[in-house]
Structure formats: C-alpha cells, structure tokens
Design a protein. Structure first.
Lengths: 134, 418
C-alpha cells in the first residue's frame, strides 16, 4: 500500500502542493499534505471545503460554515461562478491526483457530493483506479 | 447631424495617474522616461522605457497584483485579467467621476464601449507555457480570458454591465484612434447616445523589448534625450503602457445633464498606405489622405487647424513620413505642431486615445504642449511650426494623428466647444 502511495505522491509533490494551495487556510494546506502522505480519508471534507473557500468571495465564505452548508447547491444557491467552479475542480483534481470526467462532474452539486465522490475514488480497492488516472 | 462632445477622462500614464498631474507635466514638458531596471544588464540592447508607477503587475498571477488603493475587484474578476485591464479599472473609475456619470448611467442600451489593445503577450506566454507544462485540463479559465486580445472589452463590458455596442480594435498604433472614430460614428449615426473608449497596454518587459530587434527602439542611455520626435538625431521610440478612458456623449444629452465639456469631437478620417507591413509610405500618402478626409468629415479646411498633435514616435522614417504628409495637407498655413510622445514615449494601441485626451485638456486649459527634447530640428521639418516650448494659446481646431503597422493612418479632429 505504501509503495503505491509513493508512486502516487512522490516526495517533491509536497512543495508543489503547497504552491498550488498557497492561498488556502494554512490548516487546509497541512491537511492536504498529510492526506498525500497517509491517504487517510478523514480530512477529505475539510480539504475540499478549504479549496472551495479559497475561490469564494470573502462575503460568501461564512456560509460554508453554517449548518446545512454541505448540502447547499454551490452554483444555484451559493452563487459560485461557473468558471470559479472549474478552478475549484481543477485544484481538487490536482490535490487528490484525480481526473474527474465530465459526466461525474455534472452530478456534483454540493460539498457532500464532492466529498462522497472523492472518498469513493479512494477506497482501498480503488487506489489502483486512482493511480491509473494520473 | 448630431454633435459629439468629450465629457470625461481617466489616466494611468507615465506622466501621471490623474488629470491634474498629467496636465502639469504636459504644460511643463516633464517626461516619464527612465533607465528601466529590467534593461540594466549588458545583454539588453536598450536601456530606457516609460513605465507607469504605483501599480504592481509583474507577477503572472493576477491575485498578486496591487494598486495604490483598493480597486474593489473580486478575486474572481482578478483571475480573468491582464495587466492593462487592471489599469483600465482605475481609468474607468476616474473618467466616470470626472464626467459625473454613475455605473447605473452607463449600463443601458444607449451606451457602448470600444477598446483598443494589442492584448497581453505576457499573460498569453504564461498561460500557454502552463498548458504545455502542466496539461490542458490544468489551464485556468481565468488565464485564458486574460490572454485573449479582447480581454479588455470582455472584462469591462461584464464589470460595468455595458449593454450597447462593444468591440475591440486591432490596428497597432492606430487602434485607439479607430476606436474613437468608430465611436464617434456610433453616436452620429444615432446608434448610441454615449460611447466609452478605453485604450490599454501592458507595461511588461516583454511588451517593451519585442521591438528591439526590429531596430525600432531608441538605444539612447539618457532618458531626457531618448524620445525626441522631429530631432535630427532621433534613433527610435521609447515604449510605454498604461490605460486611458475617454467618454463621448451626444451634445444635447451632455448639456441637459449639465456635463462639463472638454471639447467637441468634430470628425475623423482614415486611409492606408498600401506599402509595407511596418514602414510608413515615405511620402506619407496615407496620412495625408487621412487628414484630408478628417477635415472633410468635420467640414473644415486646412486653414482652420491651429494645432497638430503629431503621431511622430521619434523613429527616423516615421517622423519623416509625417513631415511630408503635413506639408502636403497644409501648404499655405503653419499650424502649431508637437508630438507629446517626446514626454510619454509610444504607447502603441494606447497612444491615440492618450494623445486625444492630452489634446482636449489643451483645448480646455488653453495651452499647446511643446514638442520636447528637440536639440537640433530635423532639416526636413524646416518650414513647419514645431513648437519647442509650451505655448499659452486658445486652440480652435486641432488634428490628432496616428499611424500604425500595416500602413493604417487615422486622423481625429477636435474643436473648442461653443
């Protein structure tokens, strides 16, 4: 398992990751670095929320921490610009080393959708699948 | 026939980031040219440029850019910008305040926006490098928007919710003259009541240095001598960038709302040399024809012109061609002539609207800026009334010239408003 993880996340990718996420909350950056080392799924939601927050206008950010925020429609209700959503998805793809096909993307409307999707790509069985997408 | 007047101006130039500073520097002939730090080392063949001050856009990540004050742009907007677009928000804000118009006033079907820029080679380079290096699906959509030549119009029309006519003009150094001319037509032809015209160019190392191997840039190491249109020893132009916004309105609408009026935009003309991709026709045929057409469109004769704001960029061949063109069109009169590029250098797509803005300030404030840095007048200019000093004078009518690559020539006529 750890050999597969090293192929997926070589050591030098940590500095690239920090550069990619440099405008995120520092705790989010550390959680992402930890994820790359351990593959533990417990922080996926925190990282995804942190990436979204980075691309959100300051006045909208508090909404991400309100009750029910994980099921709010990001584009229709929260008002995330569709081009900003592309930036969010692109950053998520690069952080988690995934490639998300258009069909899967269309079904992702909420934070919960994104979180569940990434978790499903990182179950023990599907780590091989994730590797093949890099 | 409808009349069109100039009611608002905004500036981000090497001779000032506001009208008061620009006016003072035009009157006193204070230039904005420096020994440009990125050109310092021995491998760089040119040493001088005329950058703007106070706006940091050296990073290819727009979220790093800063202005001397908060331009109140969302990070989402910032991600889709190029440097010259960033500068234009400053000039839009200034021009709106200058004209007394609100954002609501300009968001209507009767108000349009025309722009001129050569785009951002700087942003395009980084976006394409990123595309090749990190992959197609890692290309930020914002960076794509910032890299396309029309980024100035796409961003401004979205930000200011412009609902009238909108387009960008791409004719090199005539671009913003074309934008102004066609904007005039939009109002005269009753398609629009108001047109905002914005010219912008990056102030990046790349934007400046690309002309070096065309041997078009001045190799002078003395900022006070490098940009010297009409001087016998001129040796090329000095590059500059920034942004300028000019607001045009139909006269009765401007008067009805009590707008301050700088001048009347009375007419324009254009003609092409049909000669060479970059060199002007040696006899200045296209420019002479453009000036004649402009006079005709404004229903004026050459005798009516008091001042010519020349295109003259300080290149040997360019200034020559304009001297001949002026002699052709003005055989019997001696209008005052100056090129304000002596102070600012050459702003490429920005130059026409910048110089038109300078010209209408001169009309309103009753002075004619001198043609700076001439030590020895080119003998070919003998007989022309090229001002070596600023002159206090009322301008009745003036022509502003622009000539671009591809032999395009555009002449714009402004008159004192009565």
């Amino acid at each position: 398992m750890s050999d597969d993880k090293e192929k997926l996340f070589p050591a030098e990718s940590s500095s690239q990751l920090r550069e990619l996420l440099k405008r995120c909350d520092p705790k989010v950056i550390e959680a992402a670095v930890q994820f790359q080392k351990t593959g533990s799924s417990e922080n996926i939601f925190f990282i995804v929320q942190g990436i979204l927050e980075r691309f959100l206008e300051p006045e909208l950010r508090p909404k991400l921490h309100e009750p029910g925020s994980e099921t709010i429609d990001l584009i229709e209700e929260l008002g995330v610009d569709s081009l900003d959503m592309v930036e969010v998805v692109s950053t998520i793809e690069e952080t988690f080393k995934l490639s998300i096909p258009n069909e899967d993307l269309l079904a992702m409307k909420t934070l919960k959708d994104i979180n569940d999707y990434i978790k499903s790509r990182f179950t023990a069985d599907s780590l091989v699948t994730a590797t093949s997408n890099v | 026939m409808r009349r069109v007047v100039v009611t608002g101006l905004g500036f981000l130039t090497c001779i000032g980031n506001d009208k008061a500073t620009v006016t003072k520097n035009l009157e006193e002939l204070n230039h904005g040219i420096i020994l440009y730090p990125p050109f310092k080392d021995a491998t760089k063949p040119v040493k001088v440029a005329a950058p703007i001050k106070g706006f940091f856009t050296d990073s290819h990540d727009p979220e790093d850019w800063t202005a001397p004050y908060d331009l109140k742009l969302s990070s989402s907007t910032m991600r889709g910008l190029a440097p010259h677009v960033f500068y234009s928000y400053h000039t839009m804000g200034q021009a709106l305040e200058d004209s007394g118009l609100s954002r609501e006033d300009i968001s209507c079907p009767e108000t349009g926006l025309f722009t001129a820029s050569s785009g951002s080679g700087f942003m395009q380079y980084h976006a394409l490098t990123n595309l090749h290096k990190r992959g197609i699906m890692r290309t930020s959509p914002g960076r794509v928007i910032g890299s396309i030549v029309g980024t100035l119009n796409f961003n401004l029309t979205a930000s200011y919710k412009i609902k009238g006519s909108s387009a960008g003009f791409v004719s090199a150094c005539s671009s913003s003259a074309h934008a102004l001319g066609y904007a005039l037509d939009e109002i005269k032809l009753n398609r629009q009541d108001r047109m905002i015209v914005v010219g912008g160019e990056d102030c990046s190392y790349e934007n400046f240095i690309v002309f070096a191997n065309m041997r078009a840039l001045s190799t002078s190491t003395d900022p006070s001598k490098a940009s010297r249109p009409f001087d016998r020893d001129r040796n090329g132009f000095v590059p500059t960038g920034g942004a300028v916004t000019m607001i045009l309105e139909e006269e009765s609408i401007a008067r009805k709302r009590g707008a301050k009026i700088y001048a009347e935009f009375a007419g324009w003309g254009q003609a092409t040399d049909g000669y060479h991709p970059t060199k002007p026709h040696p006899e200045g045929l296209g420019l002479a024809a453009a000036m004649k057409k402009a006079l005709k469109s404004a229903q004026l004769t050459s005798e009516s012109i008091d001042y010519i704001n020349a295109h003259a960029t300080s290149t040997p061949s360019g200034d020559d061609a304009e001297i001949r063109a002026i002699k052709t069109v003005f055989p019997n009169t001696r209008p005052a002539i100056s090129s304000t590029k002596g102070l600012t250098g050459h702003g490429l797509s920005l130059s026409s609207v910048m110089e038109s803005a300078f010209s209408v300030i001169a009309v309103k404030d009753k002075f004619i800026p001198g043609s700076a840095h001439i030590e020895n007048l080119d003998p070919k200019a003998e007989g022309l009334n090229i001002l070596r000093e600023t002159k206090n004078a009322s301008i009745g009518c003036l022509i502003s010239n622009s000539s671009g690559f591809g032999g395009s020539n555009v002449s714009l006529i402004f008159k004192a408003y009565s």
